[in-house]
Design a protein around this ligand. Sequence first.
Ligand code: IDP
Ligand code: MG
Length: 145
Amino acid sequence: MAIERTFSILKPDALQSGVIGKVLAKFEEAGLKPVAMKMVQLSRAEAEEFYGIHRERGFFKALIDFMTSGPVILQVLEGENAIAKNREVMGATNPANAAEGTIRRSFAKSIDANTVHGSDSAENAKIEIAYFFAGTEIVKYNWAK
Ligand code: IDP
Ligand code: MG
């Protein structure tokens, strides 16, 4: 398996519920290391462009309202098979359907306030990382993996 990078967001509910540390622990336990991280307040324009693929969906406005309702943490996660591994650790979009032990099952309140975003493909991981991070903001660890 290859070392990959994926893009992750801790959504406003994760910050409001005070579970940043617990969510980050799930990633660390799964072997996903943060190689870039920042806390920001998304503007509507940024959130709308980021979620542009969902523009025609009925939930689009609710999604943008929620994602701009408070600060979020943006991260790049690195590890073996990171894109699929992250999706596994996140759990299903609707927390009611998410497997036991996943982030969404453990912390999410609803399909809107579902705690985390994660890239769904290698192509989208690349696009999403580049949308929010300059190459110079991504670190390299010097210790042996
Ligand atoms: P994902 O976050 O698991 O990749 P997507 O289908 O890409 O799920 O949807 C993006 C986000 O839009 C979801 O995380 C969720 O917050 C919201 N969303 C998706 N489907 C629905 C829905 O049917 N009702 C309300 N919100 C939804
Ligand atoms: Mg998605």
